[in-house]
Design a protein around this ligand. Structure first.
Ligand code: OOG
Ligand code: NI
Length: 485
């Protein structure tokens, strides 16, 4: 029997709420000892970034490239700089990252949920990647409140292996058995998670200890836990199965900085010795960026050691990625995106590997409105409304946002898409598994099974954006009519 538990957010002390109201109100602890979970998340993402820089030096090169590209993009487009400064996004740009991990069991996933909750990260969205030949389903752990996203939007795309998709029953049982034997969390990490749940947070010293202990779960181990024969058998079933099953823990497999110009960054990769993926995943280049565009450099071939006599081997799993984020789409906008992407990809079976893919993408996406005014008027994207300086000083009874915008009293900032895209994610997985083979699985989304493993429901990401937009409208209306009252 499946039991679904409600997400229980850890108390969020010291949240600054003066700028934005949280999407959902959380209990605020009054204890002055505790540091905020935003602070723990920032310390953790910094520690993770430092660790990955040591483990995969090309990631450091990528960070430098993105910093240069972002500086250029901001210089070339003062309006962009101004808008990002106004929305608070400029400050978060340099720390913004996402990472990805893959786990093997329900228990591992459920404990990760508790670990991420200590840092104010909750499961958002459900991604079924079996459709794209990858035997996992996933969610993204991330902050969900406006103020927390501004403080540090660190996200971790987290996949659960679907052992049931391994066809060979004996191999499936063997993989399950290997996974059952491992413990991916240190004893101290487990204690600190329980302590944070009990006390509603951690003090500064325990927060540092937690970060160090949590980091151990994401560290790379070049010692496999299996012999070469087992590794080969699992690798043959799917390269991802070997990556999840054969190691001590769910090593972080990439970290992704946010760039303001992904085409420029992509073009700069080869000169810095990076083997860039051929195409950028997601929507094409546009005047008004939507959703998410991503590209990566291919995974490195790393030496590993097996148990048993025949010791050395090679494994490819870890890579670097960059992303450019645009405005979040409504359900209607997302349906249009999915439809157009489907059209581009279905012209032949090559998908994004087709030689004229970029051209086709541009052609087909010409049907997607590309001014913010049209995107708003057609209800395709989400915006955060606020009063302009002029609006602050004036009264208005007009309730229509577009009319208020036309009068210069209200401004609408695009709400940034904070999530992922399943087709893009599958493209990133595929290009980094180091193999050419394409597996086919029967597509079947199993969100309830995933949520049972997780021990919680995942948030509906579109509902989160919707709430953020509505709250901003309510604040504008209250301010304008408040002055009239
Ligand atoms: C995750 C790939 C998905 C993204 O940015 O879409 C992802 C993985 O390879 O484990 O990170
Ligand atoms: Ni990624």
């Amino acid at each position: 029997m499946w039991r679904i538990f409600a997400v229980q957010p850890v108390a969020r002390p010291f949240q600054s709420t003066q700028l934005f109201c949280p999407v959902m109100s959380a209990t605020h602890s009054t204890s002055s000892r505790l540091v905020s979970n935003d602070e723990i998340r920032t310390r953790f993402s910094r520690a993770m970034s430092e660790m990955y820089r040591q483990e995969v030096p090309q990631y450091g090169t990528l960070i430098d490239l993105v910093a240069e590209v972002n500086a250029q993009a901001l210089q070339a487009d003062p309006a962009l700089r101004e808008r990002m400064a106004r929305s608070g996004e400029l400050e978060r740009l340099d720390v913004e990252r996402h990472g990805a991990i893959r786990v093997g069991t329900a228990e591992e996933l459920a404990t990760l949920r508790r670990l991420f909750a200590v840092m104010g990260m909750e499961p958002v969205g459900y991604y079924d990647l079996s459709v794209a030949g990858v035997p996992v389903h996933s969610t993204a752990f991330r902050p969900v409140h406006d103020d927390a996203l501004l403080a540090n939007p660190f996200r971790v795309f987290t996949s659960l292996l679907r052992l049931e998709l391994i066809a060979d029953a004996a191999l499936r049982a063997q993989a399950a058995e290997i996974l059952k034997r491992r413990q991916i969390f240190t004893p101290r990490a487990l204690e600190l998670i329980a302590q944070a749940e009990r006390d509603g947070g951690l003090d500064s010293q325990d927060a540092d200890a937690f970060v160090q202990q949590a980091l151990e779960t994401f560290r790379w181990h070049s010692d496999a836990t299996v012999d070469a024969t087992t590794y080969e058998a699992l690798q043959k079933s799917h390269r991802l199965v070997a990556d999840v099953v054969c190691f001590k823990g769910p090593h972080i497999n990439h970290l992704t900085p946010r760039t303001l110009d992904i085409d420029l960054a992509q073009a700069g990769m080869p000169a810095r010795g990076m083997d860039a993926k051929d195409v950028v995943e997601g929507p094409p280049q546009r005047a008004c960026p939507i959703l998410l565009r991503q590209t990566s450099f291919k995974a490195l071939k790393e030496t590993i050691r097996f148990t048993g006599a025949d010791s050395a081997g090679a494994h490819t799993a870890r890579f670097g990625e960059i992303e450019q984020r645009g405005v979040a789409l409504t359900r209607k906008g997302r349906a249009l995106y999915d439809e157009l992407l489907g059209l581009v990809r279905c012209i032949d079976n090559a998908g994004s590997a087709a030689p004229d893919y970029d051209y086709r993408l541009q052609q087909v996406f010409a049907q997607f409105p590309d001014t913010h005014e049209e995107l708003r008027n057609q209800g395709l994207a989400f915006y955060r409304y606020s009063l302009t300086d002029q609006g602050q000083a004036r009264q208005a009874a007009d309730a229509d946002m577009e009319a208020l915008i036309a009068q210069g009293l209200v401004q609408a900032e695009p709400i940034t898409y904070e999530d992922f895209l399943p087709v893009s994610a599958a493209g990133i997985f595929q290009s980094n598994l180091g193999g050419e083979e394409q597996k086919q699985y029967q597509a079947h989304a199993a969100q309830q099974v995933f949520e049972s493993a997780l021990g919680a429901r995942v948030h509906d990401e579109i509902a989160l954006y919707e709430t953020a937009q509505q709250q901003s409208m309510a604040r504008v209306r209250a301010a304008l009519t408040g002055e009239l009252a």
